[in-house]
Design a protein around this ligand. Structure first.
Ligand SMILES: C[S@@+](CC[C@H](N)C(=O)[O-])C[C@H]1O[C@@H](n2cnc3c(N)ncnc32)[C@H](O)[C@@H]1O
Ligand code: SF4
Length: 359
């Protein structure tokens, strides 16, 4: 009988072979799981992709659905317990953390940081959650509250402080707390203030992500439209990060993230259209996507998708067993197409497109 770390190592070892062969049916289990514990949210961010017709319904994942995923977590190097909504809105979220932490030490999730009473902070420390990413797309109250509508800057600052203090009082190093910033024309000038907020809390990693374009408003906010300004602000942010000893994880300046092909057509932008066409045929020299072999993306209602950029359904955990889904017809066809270089257009600009050796 293999122990959990041994099982994980064997799974990883065979996965390396599958990375090269890209078989339509897999011998291995997923190494990363993404569980959208809820698609509901308590606030209303201007840029949030929940507005995009990705979901035609909103709801919480029932605890029973979540429990079906636990055995798979033994194989996972990371389990991301969030997707489209605010995880703490699910009334079972603390119980889910408790259960999942008995199967994996790789739990991570992003949160808007608005729901963090003492009980929650203690549960995060007690369950040794690996990373809590607090989304903070500004460095000042004014900009923050314009972007994160219905949230309150002081309240969120207090919650971050509570988590930092609780971790300290409990003598723990986990969870690692990081900040996340969705880059927009209307907040890029606050990158410096954002980095200083991190410094104030002793946070040493901040992420910056391009906005995912799903309509005209998000396109106007994309820094893809303002390359010179982006270059200058990135240089300043990198310099400040260096001075303060903070890792500032900036996205590639050429990257652009666009939702679904019909949006591209709707926007009718010649540059985006060109990118879209070329990607459909070929994602770029030597680029390949391994996500359908590595990841398991579980929607709140139990639907399985091969990654977060596509709504193509591979099955449902409430209706089928893991192996019926993982090596079922839909997954095999999807993998076949990827292996043949037939990428769907939702893959445009995706960071996961890698060279075959996985770099
Ligand atoms: C959808 S949220 C769910 C988790 C949680 N509610 C939060 O705000 O962190 C996950 C991440 O997506 C980011 N996000 C939302 N809309 C986005 C967009 N249009 N482009 C890129 N990232 C976006 C959020 O800032 C957050 O870091
Ligand atoms: S808090 Fe997260 S899920 Fe809620 S609206 Fe904002 S980005 Fe979207």
């Amino acid at each position: 009988m293999l122990t959990t770390p041994q099982r994980r190592r064997v799974n990883r070892g065979i996965k390396r072979i599958e990375d090269r062969l890209m078989p339509p049916a897999c011998r291995t289990r997923p190494i990363h799981m993404f569980v959208d514990v809820t698609s509901r949210c308590n606030i209303d961010c201007v840029m949030c992709w929940r507005q995009f017709a990705f979901h035609n319904a909103f709801g919480d994942m029932p605890l029973e659905t979540f429990k079906k995923l636990l055995p798979l977590m033994d194989y996972c190097e990371s389990v991301v317990l969030q997707g489209s909504g605010e995880p703490f809105v699910n009334p079972h979220f603390l119980e889910m953390l408790e259960l999942a932490s008995q199967h994996t030490d790789g739990i991570r999730f992003a949160t808007n940081g608005t729901i963090m009473p003492q009980r929650h902070a203690e549960a995060l420390v007690r369950n040794k959650i690996r990373t809590v990413m607090v989304s903070l797309d500004a460095g000042t109250r004014e900009t923050y509250e314009k972007i994160r509508r219905k949230s309150n800057w002081d309240h969120v600052m207090g919650n971050i402080e509570r988590l930092v203090k609780t971790r300290e009082q409990m003598g723990a190093t986990l969870p690692e707390i990081t900040l996340e910033f969705v880059l927009m024309k209307s907040n890029i000038h606050e990158l410096g203030d954002y980095i200083r907020v991190a410094h104030r809390f002793g946070i040493n990693y901040v992420g910056v992500r391009h906005i995912w374009i799903f309509g005209e408003a998000t396109r106007q906010e994309s820094m893809f439209m303002y390359p010179q300004l982006m270059k200058e602000e990135f240089e300043k942010a990198a310099q400040l990060g260096h001075e303060l000893g903070i890792i500032v994880d900036l996205p590639p300046q050429s990257e652009v993230k666009i939702a679904e092909d019909y949006v591209v057509r709707e926007l009718n932008d010649p540059i985006l259209n060109k990118m879209s066409e070329s990607l459909f045929v070929n994602p770029g020299p030597g680029k390949v996507c391994h996500e359908p072999w590595r990841n398991y993306w579980v929607n709140w209602n139990g639907d399985i998708h091969p990654c977060c950029h596509t709504i193509r359904k591979m099955g449902n955990v409430n209706e089928q067993s893991f192996s019926q889904i993982w090596n079922g017809m839909a997954y095999q066809l999807f993998r076949e197409n990827i292996r043949a270089g037939h990428y769907p257009k939702e893959c445009i600009g995706c960071r996961n497109l890698q060279t075959p050796d996985g770099k």
